[in-house]
Design a protein around this ligand. Sequence first.
Ligand code: HPA
Length: 285
Amino acid sequence: MQFESAARSGGGVAAAAAAVAAVDDAGARRPTVGVVLGSGLGAFGDTLARKVPYAEIPGMPQSTVQGHAGNLCLGDVEGVAVACLQGRVHLYEGHGPETVVFGVRLLAALGCRAVLLTNAAGGIAEGFAPGDLMLIVDHLNLTGTSPLLGPNDATVGPRFPDMSRAYDAALCERARVAARARGVALREGVYAGMLGPAYETPAEIRMLRTLGADAVGMSTVPEVLALRHAGVRVGAISCITNLAAGISKTPLDHAEVEATARRTRDAFVGLLGAWIVGVGAEVAP
Ligand code: HPA
């Protein structure tokens, strides 16, 4: 197996220095809370004051996926300084796992103490419906890879990071409180991270259900690994954009994923804003 350059390997936070400088040039306050916006969920980024196109950030990979803008958005949410990746890159685009996590390592390097990840996912659990929001309480890494492969930079984190509490209990509780306050129903479950880009077969979905998955998607897991390695607290919410293969009566397509994400936009943006305010209080120095 070919590893990406040793300079990047495990040392992504250090390698993000030039990227940090580019963000500082934008003149925004250093963030304490980071956010990653998934397929069709980018609208929240437009509520923030400043946008730095990924093309202006050295080393930042560009998403090729429809529905993923390429901007780092910076701003304030009720006094909480936020940095938000409006669009991410995925393993299935052909990027190595380290490239996929460049953006979240940049959020860590900027000073984010917590990062809230969002994604579009297929619903597997009984009773899930398109448009539901699901708090991720744990995951299955079925991508077959990890951004932590290769030499470890012990200044960033340990060789064998603990993943027994990957999704921060206090941040999960903040999400439940925010959802109640906004009157938004929030389901909970386990997210299975797949390589993609093909959607799963019905047999694979039966397998994932047996393994304990409630939802399935093609992102997030590498980001959680990189962030937990670096000691950053993580919370994550899936927008269930479709029922998974074999449960859905119709063939899956990306247009449906985007359309459902757009339909849930207002509930989602409201919940995210309230969650950020709670998380800002949680991680305040
Ligand atoms: N499978 C995998 N990834 C997804 C899905 C799905 O059904 N929906 C949105 N992302």
